[in-house]
Ligand binder design. Structure first.
Ligand SMILES: Cc1ncc(C[n+]2csc(CCOP(=O)(O)OP(=O)(O)O)c2C)c(N)n1
Length: 322
């Protein structure tokens, strides 16, 4: 990359991370104010993963997501207004307000849906990847899931089949070290989820998921492999969620010192900001301008959602299936 392309790419990634953090902090506030119905799982602390992976994807590539999906959706180019409207249950939302936080999908952006079913995205990713190959395109699919999901049958079935058929999928494990209230060492004997790749004959790699450049570079490699027909990679990104499992979780199962350390010493946005300043890629002024612009976008998106109408009662049975 030339220095200018690198600079633009890095600043785009910074903007995306700030967008995700801003989106999520506002969802947290609005939920506490009782304005948002349903269940909310926040992605704060894990922004480097969605950002780094999606920055390496093409616009026509696909992603599948999880119950903690806002960050993936923002990073893949989801419009904030339609996202807030969906979470508010408004008719202008991506799924006309009928999906809510856990089921935002925007197919025209390649966002195949957040998913309330843990591990549910793996087989969907295979389907999309198979379809791309069948149609003769070179699109790839990034499939996000947590450490807990890697104990589900869909993980093993999904990775096995993708490996066997050389499907163009990048399996991205966001290892935030807890499955709800259960620490990883209580639900798995292994330390690194990536060792499971060996069982399926594909490359597996574990990286620092709070280092956005590392995530981006690793994703670039896995994506080029997939695009040239060499099959999937299992990419494990070690990270930490700053908030409870869901909004309202009393979070009594995590050591307070552990939480404090991750937040103060390893915050992915602060780390990237410091890197950009230290390496003189950006000035404090440029970054503050981005911060301000994103704040403006978010206020506008919330205003759009709040002023949008709710779906009419007679629309209740449209667009839904079971
Ligand atoms: C198939 C299925 N089993 C159980 C649940 C209940 N559940 C919701 S979130 C969760 C934990 C998921 O942990 P992980 O995959 O590590 O993701 P994280 O929440 O840490 O991002 C569980 C068990 C579910 N939604 N779907």
């Amino acid at each position: 990359m030339t220095a200018q392309i690198e600079r633009d790419k890095y600043l785009d990634m910074y903007r995306t991370m700030v967008r995700i953090r801003g989106f999520e902090s506002n969802v947290e506030r609005l939920f506490a104010e009782g304005k948002i119905p349903g269940f909310v799982h926040l992605y704060i602390g894990e922004e480097a993963i969605a950002t780094g992976v999606c920055a390496a994807l093409r616009e026509d590539d696909y992603i599948t997501s999880t119950h903690r999906g806002h960050g993936h959706c923002v990073a893949k180019g989801g419009r904030l207004g339609e996202m807030f409207a969906e979470i508010y249950g408004k008719r202008t939302g991506y799924c006309k307000g009928k999906g809510g936080s856990m089921h935002i999908a925007a197919v025209e952006k390649g966002i195949l849906g957040a998913n309330g079913i843990v591990g549910g995205g793996l087989t969907l990713a295979n389907g999309a990847a198979f379809s791309a190959r069948y149609r003769g395109t070179d699109q790839v699919v990034a499939c996000f899931f947590g450490d807990g999901a890697t104990n589900n049958a869909t993980f093993h079935e999904g990775v096995n089949l993708a490996a066997l058929w050389n499907l163009p999928v990048i399996f991205v494990c966001e290892n935030n070290q807890y499955g709800m209230s259960v620490p990883q060492k209580h639900h798995q004997k292994i330390v690194d989820v990536s060792v499971r790749a060996q069982a399926y004959g594909i490359p597996g790699v574990t990286i620092d998921g709070n280092d956005v450049i590392k995530v981006y570079e690793t994703a670039m490699e896995a994506i080029s492999r997939a695009r040239r027909g060499d099959g999937p990679t299992l990419m494990e990104c070690k990270t930490y969620r700053h908030k409870g499992h869901f909004q309202g979780d009393p979070d009594v199962y995590r050591d307070k010192e552990e939480v404090r350390k991750w937040i103060t010493e390893r915050d992915p946005i602060r780390r990237f900001r410091e890197f950009l300043l230290r390496s003189k890629i950006s000035s404090e002024n440029d970054l503050e301008t981005i911060d301000r612009e994103v704040e403006g976008e978010i206020s506008e998106a919330i205003r759009f959602a709040e002023e949008s109408p709710l779906p009419a009662p007679e629309e209740a049975l449209e667009d839904v299936y079971a």
